[in-house]
Design a binder for this molecule. Sequence first.
Ligand SMILES: [Zn+2]
Length: 277
Amino acid sequence: MYLCQTFFLLILGMSILLDYVRMFEGKNDLDRRNTLIGTLESKGHNFELEDYKYKGEEGINIIVTKGDGQRDILLTTHYDVVPGSPGANDNASCIAVLLDILEKLKDYKVKNRIRIIFFDDEEINCIGSQAYVAKHGVDNIIGVYNTELVGMGDTVGIWPVTKDVEDSKVLLNLKSVLEDKGYPYGEAGLLPLLFSDHRSFRECGLKDAFCLSMVDGKDMNEIRRFAESPKSMQGEIPFMFKLYHSSEDKSKYLSEEALRLMSDVIYTSIVRLDQDS
Ligand SMILES: [Zn+2]
């Protein structure tokens, strides 16, 4: 199946997203950063390296900016990894999707500004995105699409969807794209055990900041239960969390279809938001 699909994608001149994942798999933070910089250079994407010293940590966020409008749509992920984990789903999968969206954006004339940001130090309490928010603020941001764990499953998970953000323009836009395309999706509220870089924006009062993940639709309730209270699971951990942060977070468990679906959803949604804003 994979060989067959690979063949057609190559004929169409399209990237194989799993190949991107494998480029980052098993590498440490520094090697990931260098691989990402080399890939952006080889694909002809201009980028900035924004270094920071924040709350005792030093790091480098990598930012690609498209368009020259006054307000920003952010598409974000983290490139750092938990030591000892190959980090295929967390978070090479998201790096792959953002690289794919960058290619698609080459043919799109941006009305506002779209910033694709690869944050450092998410695994250290989201320091990279906290430093970004401290420097740039949130006033000029139209919306934030953060990504985590997008390499396995058939269903798009949007989180955290809480009462106070139900009327968010980004959320309504995302849901309309998913419904138009007929892609299965589910929403989750606050997941006390899970956080990611969208939190740095929410904490500064921006409600239009969400995280997207791919999950297995049949495991949706178990995943939600696990993220709320792992002790209630009595050892029956959902498969994606067995791999999460472990030495088994490998690309062999990921699927091209999941990566491609997420790329399509986000690309369509940010273009629609850009045109409507
Ligand atoms: Zn992560």
